[in-house]
Write a protein that binds this ligand. Sequence first.
Ligand code: NAD
Ligand code: UFG
Length: 338
Amino acid sequence: MDILVTGGAGYIGSHTCLELLQAGYKVTVLDNLSNSSEESLRRVQELTGKTLTFVKGDIRDRALLDKLFADNDFNSVVHFAGLKAVGESCQMPLEYYDNNVYGTVNLCMAMRDAGVKRLVFSSSATVYGDPASLPITEDFPLSATNPYGRSKLIIEDILRDLFASDEEWSIALLRYFNPVGAHESGMIGEDPNDIPNNLMPYITQVAIGKLQQLSVFGGDYPTKDGTGVRDYIHVVDLSIGHVRAIERLQGHKGVHPWNLGVGNGYSVLEMVEAFRSETEQQVPYKIVDRRSGDIAACYANPEKARTELNWQAERTLDDMVRDAWRWQSNNPNGYGHN
Ligand code: NAD
Ligand code: UFG
């Protein structure tokens, strides 16, 4: 079965391509490489011993999309392509709406015209805003607190409208919690372009000596130790969730939100301690002011994905930190020159 993967050269996309190839799917990746490198896909092919097709291009290029759909027999589209940095989205909201919202509308138009009506979309726990209670179930109210989150929420709304207009569509809204870690081979992983915004790559870059110390954003949250609590999920578990979603969409029309999380919350200091004890690397840190826009705590109830997708996260926190460190220490400069 043929799958188009937009943004497949990126962090979650490359891990998902690996799982799709291993499950026997034929994969075509469309990526403009704005935040990734083709080297990730070379390694995916090396790891699986299977080939995929790579097309360098942009989801906003309608002529290219039409050609891709005409030349292939895609059964489904897994759509990762987009911009994802919350802070940057506040500085350049128009670029976020253009890439994420316009790009997705363009992709859906090409899909509709080609008669391909199965879509797995990368949504985010950010669509729950600051939840009134925990854990979060899929029926919680949705809201946005920054342009990145709003782009995800707008896309979800557009996809709900699309299904209301044509009930032939099958759409998965995969709401990721906090993806971390790397493939256990240490050959593919997260390769931030700049200074990382996210906690896990920041920790690994401090440990390897590229950054001096971790700033812990806020020590006075109403949480177990005062630092922010999140539901960290191993990127391989998350990727397997995409394969299960594609399977489930065959024969299940509709718009289906699924939380992809573990269901446990860990604090920033617990993450630092798990990293230290598993890797024996010190991570100097300092507690500083809260980061604007952050919430105290966020974790999933993943029960709906467990029952409907037959999926649950299997990798532990120790697996997450160990695999993140193996990737970082084997590839100190990511996919660049090592
Ligand atoms: P990433 O930046 O590593 O991957 C995104 C990929 O899309 C990159 O390879 C980039 O080059 C490509 N891309 C961007 N704009 C494009 C365009 N217009 N046309 C073609 N390709 C384009 O990010 P990721 O962490 O792998 O995230 C994948 C998806 O998951 C994103 O949509 C992101 O918003 C969503 N998400 C990520 C997280 C997270 O913490 N990583 C959490 C929730 C949701
Ligand atoms: N944190 C620090 N120091 C850092 C980075 C993060 O203390 O240098 C803290 C944050 O304050 C937060 C926790 O670590 O408490 C996790 O922060 P991340 O930036 O790693 O992740 P977020 O939960 O803020 O956001 C992530 C993605 C978003 C996505 C959201 C929900 O970056 O794109 O999860 O899925 F929307």
